[in-house]
Design a protein around this ligand. Structure first.
Ligand code: SAH
Length: 237
C-alpha cells in the first residue's frame, strides 16, 4: 500500500495542505510535527522540515524510515535564476544539485563529492504526471534545474556563479538534500516550487511579500497532483 509524504520547508508552505486535508492526526517526533491523514484511501503524511539542507534531509529520512512513506512530494517556493521565470510561475525540478558543496581544492567539480554525483535526476513518471495534471488544469508548469544551498541568494554575482556552474533555473535550500535521501533509499521524489523572488538585491523584500501567495500556488497544484496520484497509483507502481 502506498503512503505519500508531502513536505515543505516552512509552515507557510504546508498551511494550504493542512487546510485542505481533513481528519489530521499530529504526531511529535524528533523536534518536529508530522501530520497524518488519508485521501481517496491513500495515506498521507505532511510535514514542514524547517529551512535548509540538514533539516530537510532529517525530515525526509523520518518520513521514509519511521512513517514508511514510499513517495515524497515537495511543495514550496524558490528564487528564480532563469530570466524567463517570474514571481508566481511554477516549476517542476528535473534535476537538483548542491551549489554550496565545494571541494574544488582537490580538483573536483563544484557540487561533486566522491561517491556522490553533481546532479540527481528526479523521477520521470512523477514529472510527467505533474506536467499532465498542470496541462489539464491550464497551468503553465516549467521544467527547471534546481540548485540547492544553505544560503538565501540575493545577489547577481551569486546567481551568475550558480547559473555558470549548474545551468540552474531556480534556487532554494532543500531540494537537493531531499533528493539525496530519496535517491539513496530508492524513493520517487517530485519537487514543485513557485517563484517567490528573483534572487537579486530585492529578494528579501519580494520573498516576504510573495511567500504566502507563491506557497499557495505551489500547494494548490500539489493537491491536484495528489488527487491524480491517488486515483492512478498503479501507474507509479
Ligand atoms: N524569511 C525566512 C527565511 C526564508 S529562507 C525567515 O526569516 O525565517 C528562504 C526559503 O525559501 C528557503 O526554504 C528556500 O528553499 C526558499 N527560497 C526562496 N527564495 C530563495 C532564494 N532567493 N535563495 C534561496 N532560497 C530561497
Amino acid at each position: 500500500m502506498n503512503k505519500i509524504a508531502i513536505m515543505g520547508a516552512m509552515p507557510e508552505e504546508i498551511a494550504p495542505l493542512l487546510e485542505y486535508f481533513k481528519d489530521i492526526k499530529a504526531t511529535k517526533y524528533a523536534s518536529n510535527v508530522y501530520y497524518e491523514t488519508s485521501y481517496n484511501n491513500i495515506n498521507i503524511v505532511i510535514a514542514y522540515s524547517k529551512i535548509g539542507k540538514v533539516f530537510s534531509a532529517l525530515t525526509t529520512t523520518i518520513l521514509i524510515e519511521k512513517f514508511k512513506c514510499d513517495i515524497v512530494l515537495f511543495s514550496g517556493v524558490a528564487g528564480a535564476i532563469n530570466k524567463n521565470l517570474k514571481i508566481g510561475d511554477i516549476v517542476v525540478a528535473t534535476k537538483t544539485a548542491q551549489h554550496d558543496l565545494d571541494i574544488t581544492s582537490f580538483g573536483h567539480e563544484i557540487g561533486f563529492v566522491p561517491e556522490g554525483s553533481k546532479f540527481i535526476n528526479m523521477n520521470k513518471k512523477l514529472i510527467n504526471i505533474a506536467i499532465d495534471v498542470a496541462k489539464t488544469n491550464n497551468i503553465s508548469l516549467k521544467k527547471a534545474i534546481v540548485a540547492t544551498g544553505d544560503q538565501f541568494v540575493a545577489h547577481e554575482n551569486r546567481k551568475k556563479f550558480i547559473f555558470d556552474n549548474f545551468q540552474a533555473d531556480a534556487i532554494e535550500m532543500e531540494g537537493a538534500s531531499v533528493a539525496v535521501v530519496c535517491h539513496s533509499l530508492n524513493i520517487p521524489l517530485l519537487i514543485i516550487r513557485s517563484i517567490s523572488d528573483t534572487a537579486d538585491t530585492d529578494a528579501g523584500f519580494d520573498f516576504d511579500k510573495f511567500l504566502d501567495s507563491s506557497a499557495n500556488i505551489s500547494a494548490k497544484l500539489m493537491i491536484t497532483i495528489v488527487a491524480y496520484i491517488s486515483k492512478n497509483i498503479k501507474k507509479l507502481n
